[in-house]
Structures are given as structure tokens and as C-alpha cells.
Design a protein around this ligand. Structure first.
Ligand SMILES: Nc1ncnc2c1ncn2[C@@H]1O[C@H](COP(=O)(O)OP(=O)(O)OP(=O)(O)O)[C@@H](O)[C@H]1O
Length: 117
């Protein structure tokens, strides 16, 4: 399965996103929050730099959620039973999403302070 052409690799990647959308409620919730943030930033009338940071944060959170989902699926497949190492692996991946989510909230507050009319 190595060295597939670009169209195949793109379809594998899109398949992963589709899978997360169908099966992961947290991924759907984050997509909804991203849409709300975009509408809110439009309403605030923020400048290009703030738009750029918002897009980067949204992309980072969604990508991290996909990695989190991927790690969970792999862990559950390889070791379905309860195990302290599986616990820490999943907790670490969830911690990564949490750090980005806190950064997103701080960024939303900073943007509101700058542009609230
Ligand atoms: N096999 C396991 N062994 C030990 N602890 C586990 C195991 N599976 C899950 N846990 C614990 O339960 C928590 C939740 O795990 P779960 O797989 O349900 O993910 P989740 O938080 O529901 O994520 P998502 O909502 O993205 O699916 C983990 O962070 C971990 O602390």
C-alpha cells in the first residue's frame, strides 16, 4: 500500500475525515464550534491577521481531534481490555486536544477585547 498516487492518498485522507464526522460526536461538536467562531469573527469584523490565527487554531484543533480519534481506535483494536498504559496513552491524546481548546478560548477572549463594539 506504499507509494500510492495523489488521488488515492487524497481519498484515504478524506475517508478518515468522513469516518470521524460519522462516528465521533466530539469531532462534529468541534466543527460546529468552528462555524460559530467564523460567524462571530465575521460579526466582529476582525482584520486579516486575526482571521489567519483563527483558521490556524481551527485547523489545529480538528487535526488534533483526528489524531486523538486515531490513537483511540488503534489502542482499542490492539488492546480492548482495560490497561494502565492504554489509559495514559488516551489521556495524553485527550490532553493535547484540551491544551489547544484552552488556547482557542483565550484567543476568542483576546479577539473580543480587541474588536467588541
Ligand atoms: N482500555 C482502557 N484502559 C484503561 N483506561 C481506559 C481504556 N479505555 C479508555 N480508558 C479511559 O477512559 C477515557 C475515555 O476513553 P474513550 O476511549 O472512551 O475516549 P473518549 O474520551 O470517549 O473520547 P472520544 O469522545 O473522543 O471517543 C480515557 O481517556 C482513559 O482514561
Amino acid at each position: 500500500m506504499k507509494n500510492q498516487n495523489f488521488a488515492n492518498r487524497l481519498s484515504f485522507a478524506l475517508n478518515g475525515i468522513k469516518h470521524a464526522f460519522k462516528n465521533e460526536s466530539s469531532f462534529r461538536a468541534q466543527l460546529l464550534l468552528a462555524v460559530i467562531a467564523i460567524v462571530y469573527f465575521y460579526w466582529l469584523g476582525v482584520t486579516m491577521v486575526w482571521w489567519t490565527i483563527l483558521i490556524m487554531i481551527i485547523a489545529l484543533i480538528l487535526a488534533m481531534e483526528l489524531l486523538n480519534t486515531s490513537i483511540e481506535a488503534l489502542a482499542d483494536h490492539l488492546h480492548p481490555e482495560v490497561h494502565p498504559t492504554i489509559k495514559i496513552v488516551k489521556d495524553l491524546a485527550a490532553g493535547a486536544v484540551l491544551i489547544l481548546s484552552v488556547a482557542a478560548v483565550i484567543f476568542a477572549v483576546l479577539t473580543s477585547i480587541n474588536f467588541w463594539h
